[in-house]
Ligand binder design. Structure first.
Ligand code: HEM
Length: 138
């Protein structure tokens, strides 16, 4: 199976799973907020229910970027919003974001194994690289 197919199958499994009563993206944000004081500060005034919906939408753009190599409007706007000029999200925070996401996948996907982890990392890498690059390129 290709990494695309491995990712798609894992994404479906994590979306239909509940762990301790939580949905996947709720559990991800919980973990991300617990991981660092810097992250908690950045989200101190944020409605996390709204945030979760926005991430779900932009997640699609991250994945499409891997598939098509094209940056859509959602991804471009999201990168600008996170850049030094706007929210000022430092590039190192994306590494933490990805580690928290992978740990959440490992909790939610009963079929989690090395190829599943690698599929998530490969598919999200171009989008994350673009977001980091955007930090000081707008
Ligand atoms: C590839 C990774 C990421 C994606 C796809 C993403 C996506 C988004 C989206 C779609 C929004 C809402 C945009 C809007 O309101 O129009 C948002 C807001 C935000 N993101 Fe991210 N984000 C990512 C990484 C991060 C990281 C690493 C941080 C660091 C803590 C972060 C902090 C924030 C903050 C503080 C907001 C504003 C929340 C508010 O409106 O109160 N994001 N993000």
């Amino acid at each position: 199976m290709s990494f695309d197919n491995i990712f798609d199958a894992s994404y479906e499994r994590v979306q239909s799973a509940r762990v301790n009563g939580l949905e996947f993206f709720d559990a991800f944000y919980r973990r991300f907020l617990l991981s660092s004081q810097e992250v908690r500060m950045l989200f101190r005034n944020t409605d996390m229910a709204v945030q979760k919906r926005m991430l779900k939408k932009s997640f699609f753009s991250l994945v499409s970027f891997y598939a098509s190599g094209a940056i859509d409007d959602v991804l471009r706007k999201t990168a600008y919003l996170h850049s030094a000029e706007q929210l000022n999200i430092k590039p190192h925070l994306y590494d933490l974001w990805l580690e928290c996401l992978i740990d959440t996948v490992s909790d939610f996907d009963p079929e989690f194994e090395d190829d599943v982890e690698l599929a998530w990392r490969l598919i999200l890498s171009p989008g994350i690289t673009y977001m980091k690059f955007g930090y000081d390129h707008f």
